[in-house]
Design a protein around this ligand. Structure first.
Ligand code: LLP
Length: 432
């Protein structure tokens, strides 16, 4: 527990701490960053990301493996670069992400391409640069990829995404491995799909993959998914189609509000034990973690604009909004909100923290006990994943700036988007 003068005790993510009445990230004062760069401002700890990565690296040590960071979680170039330099490949889902990945310096062979709706131009570009694997989600997609690859005189490396039909016990919008989801190929059809792929001269089967959902806080769904995937590998290899790698996707959760997900290293130790028992100990492992690498490494700093106490509710109006932090509005997600410079808590009140966007859904936190005044600054925690990458320009709000803190120094890694940046692509109609 870290708290300061009177504010309710809140446990902070690693790398965040109060000292001399000020919230710091790796020793850098957050209020000073907010003053220097303005708000809303995303701030990330490089050390926190590398430490999250090292938990996976510890778990998979000594095994043939590739960690492909799911860059949809946060695709800012400097963050990709940080993880790529630490050995990560990248899991991409669009041509845009591919260009970001290449700009960040990833080796194309360490890129895997996920997603249900890859277009022909996206396939062509990915083949041209030589990505490591296409994670294919339907027979129709296999056929198009086969045709595109043959047209280029190439064979596309493929893995088929299986839908293991296990319940990851998470929010329905971020659960992907159940029968009713649009993702993957149903268990019963997987073998036939592999036979089909193996018969296509433009395809080369290299792996099998699944991804059961996101913000998973228990080990059991992973153990089940691995078992089901191995049952399929038994059958596919018995049919004479070798599988080089097993890709278990991403999905490991983080602590937003007291959740206790398994440690990545411990989870992988248990999964590897299962692989050993089932005779797959030497097989190459691929994983696609997103949130668990970056989520708790970042915070969004915001300034209190107005206090609006009311009969039923007290509203705290801040300068960050649903366009910056879309997760509460989209998934009713919880993010802790803490002051950068706590007061004495003499005027502690319960507030709904809301943004300036014209929607009732524009809230960031509900019923939060805070002692604040206009002009105070707050940190919205666990904002490293699926915040900046999902930010929009709704209400013609420019997207926030981002800063990366590394060993006591801070670097602006993304400038605040100006209104001119937003207007640049539009044109007025000619005057009649
Ligand atoms: N691989 C595939 C195929 C995925 O679809 C995803 C996430 C990942 C890997 C990475 O999952 P992670 O380790 O980050 O859980 N916007 C939502 C999360 C959507 C996740 C979509 N797929 C949120 O803010 O909670």
């Amino acid at each position: 527990m870290s708290h300061s003068a009177g504010q309710l005790p809140v446990s902070l993510p690693p790398h965040f701490a109060y000292s001399s009445g000020q919230l710091h990230i790796d020793g850098v004062e957050l209020d000073a960053l907010a003053r220097a760069h303005g708000t809303p401002l995303f701030v990330y700890s490089k050390a926190a990301m590398l430490s999250a990565l090292s938990a996976y690296q510890r778990g998979l040590k000594g095994r043939d493996h590739q960690i492909c960071y799911a860059m949809k979680a946060n695709s800012t170039l400097a963050i990709l670069q940080t993880l790529v330099q630490a050995g990560c490949g990248l899991d991409i889902v669009s041509g845009g992400e591919l260009e970001r990945a290449l700009t960040a310096g990833v080796a194309p062979s360490k890129v895997i391409f996920s997603g249900v709706g890859k277009t022909r131009p996206e396939m062509r570009r990915a083949l041209e640069v030589g990505i490591g694997c296409f994670n294919v989600e339907s027979t129709a997609e296999l056929d198009v990829l086969d045709e595109v690859a043959r047209g280029m005189g190439l064979r596309a490396p493929v893995s088929i995404r299986v839908n293991p039909n296990v319940d990851p016990k998470t929010h329905p919008y971020i659960s992907t491995g159940l029968k009713g989801n649009k993702f993957g190929i149903a268990h019963e059809e997987v073998l036939a799909t592999y036979r089909h792929a193996a018969a296509c001269s433009g395809l080369r089967v290299v792996g099998i993959d699944c991804h059961i959902g996101s913000q998973i806080t228990e080990a059991a769904p992973y153990m089940d998914a691995m078992d089901r995937m191995l049952d399929l590998v038994d059958a596919i290899e018995a049919a004479g189609i070798p599988i080089e790698h097993l890709d278990l996707g991403g999905g490991l959760g983080i602590d937003y509000n007291g959740e206790t997900p398994p440690d990545a290293g411990a989870l992988w130790q248990a999964l590897l034990q299962k692989l050993d028992t089932r005779g797959y100990g030497q097989r190459k492992i691929v994983i696609e973690p997103g949130r668990s690498l970056v989520g708790n490494a970042g915070a969004c700093l915001t300034e209190v604009l107005y206090l609006k106490p009311g009969e039923q509710k007290n509203f705290l109006i801040v300068d960050a909004a649903m366009n910056d932090l879309p997760r509460p509005a989209m998934y009713q997600a919880f993010h802790k909100i803490v002051p950068l410079s706590p007061r004495d808590a003499l005027a502690m009140k319960t507030w709904d923290v809301v943004g300036p966007v014209c929607e009732s859904g524009d809230w960031i936190g509900r019923d939060r006990a805070l002692d604040v005044q206009a002009g105070d600054r707050l940190a919205v925690l666990a904002a490293g994943a699926y915040c900046m990458s999902m930010a929009s320009n709704y209400n013609t709000r420019g997207r926030a700036a981002e800063v990366l803190v590394d060993g006591g120094t801070s670097t602006l890694i993304r400038m605040r988007e100006s209104t001119a940046d937003q207007l640049r692509l539009e044109s007025l109609l000619p005057v009649a």
